[in-house]
Design a protein around this ligand. Structure first.
Ligand code: HEC
Length: 304
């Protein structure tokens, strides 16, 4: 009898615990699933759905340059998921990936000893961990991104921190992200407390806030606008948008971090970008990463 009671109490406690754990991410999970449904509907058949989703495109363009029937995991290559012409160019460049040297340089950095004898291998004993970043650190009461984790490792060991946009930072990330991609890992972003939920909500708010005299938000371009052409590029969708960083951009002629890309979009909106390791930037990245949850890490990659 006693055992029975003990058992059922344990079950109840377990049930309450999992309910609670689910509670903090319930809203984010709803956002994520709704977004997938929206993009699957939008890219099911752009030509047929012209009036609903692509009122400004020509029928000819919709017919000739848009792939059809896209599903959730197809969105992990941004604009190349649906733009046939851009995808052909992308695949041609991928034959000789321009970021191979960066991965090697990152591996060297990973194994190189700091002055105190430690190394990045001390901070990241398993290099295939990029899929859990960002996470909410309950002790620091702040979001930790891959970028801030790399710099925390340097600071904690008395080393000079890296520039957060390129160079060594992009190289070490290329090594960690490549290891994570090779291990076949998927984004696994967790929201496990009220404070973590708040951080996600702040990031979401940043994403949907309209700024500047054009009143543009990230969502204007990457949700409602996703798939529309801006000059000669089509806008990538929010779902799967950050599965591939760091990226080698043809425009940069080198590898850069996610923060470099994001600050570019923010500056293009006529705004001053938050600092790369600021709470505001980290919360934005937390939101973006959650929206890619369940999708494979697939970096480094190339972009125009
Ligand atoms: C005026 C439109 C516009 C706004 C507003 C905008 N972007 Fe972009 N963004 C672009 C264009 C154009 C590109 C390059 C084409 C593409 O990949 O979408 C791009 C690219 C990106 C990429 C890289 C996608 C990839 O596949 O590599 C990310 C990530 C991104 N934007 C995030 C954001 C975030 C976050 C915001 C808000 C802070 C934002 N953007 C605001 C136009 C915009």
């Amino acid at each position: 009898m006693l055992l029975k009671i003990a058992k059922s109490t344990a079950l109840l406690v377990l049930a309450a615990y999992s309910l609670n754990a689910a509670d903090f991410s319930a809203g984010a999970e709803k956002d994520r699933i709704e977004m997938i449904k929206y993009f699957e509907a939008k890219f099911a058949d752009p030509e047929k759905n012209k009036d609903r989703f692509f009122p400004y495109s020509t029928e000819e363009e919709l017919k000739n340059d848009y792939a059809k029937g896209l599903k959730h995991n197809d969105f992990n290559i941004g604009t190349y998921a649906f733009s046939k012409d851009a995808k052909a160019q992308y695949e041609a460049i991928k034959e000789m990936p321009p970021y191979e040297d960066a991965i090697d340089a990152g591996e060297e950095l990973y194994n190189k000893k700091f002055a105190n004898g430690n190394s990045f291998a001390t901070c990241f004993p398993d290099p295939a961990v990029a899929n859990i970043y960002p996470y909410y650190d309950e002790k620091k009461k702040d979001v930790v991104t891959l970028t801030s984790a790399v710099n925390d490792c340097l600071r904690d060991n008395g080393e000079k921190e890296f520039n957060t946009q390129k160079g060594d930072m992009a190289n070490i990330q290329a090594y960690l992200v490549n290891a994570t991609t090779e291990a076949g890992k998927k984004f696994d972003i967790k929201i496990q407390s009220e404070a973590a939920k708040k951080a996600y909500e702040n990031g979401k708010e940043y994403y949907y806030t309209q700024r500047g005299y054009l009143k543009l938000s990230c969502a204007t371009c990457h949700v409602q606008g996703a798939g529309q052409r801006v000059r000669n590029e089509k806008l990538s969708p929010l779902t799967g948008q950050i599965t591939q960083f760091p990226v080698h951009r043809l425009k940069w002629e080198e590898l850069g971090t996610l923060e470099r890309r994001l600050s570019g979009c923010i500056v293009d909106q006529g705004q001053v970008s938050p600092k790369d390791e600021s709470t505001q930037m980290k919360e934005l990245v937390y939101f973006l990463a959650y929206m890619s949850n369940g999708m494979s890490i697939d970096g480094p990659d190339i972009r125009k």
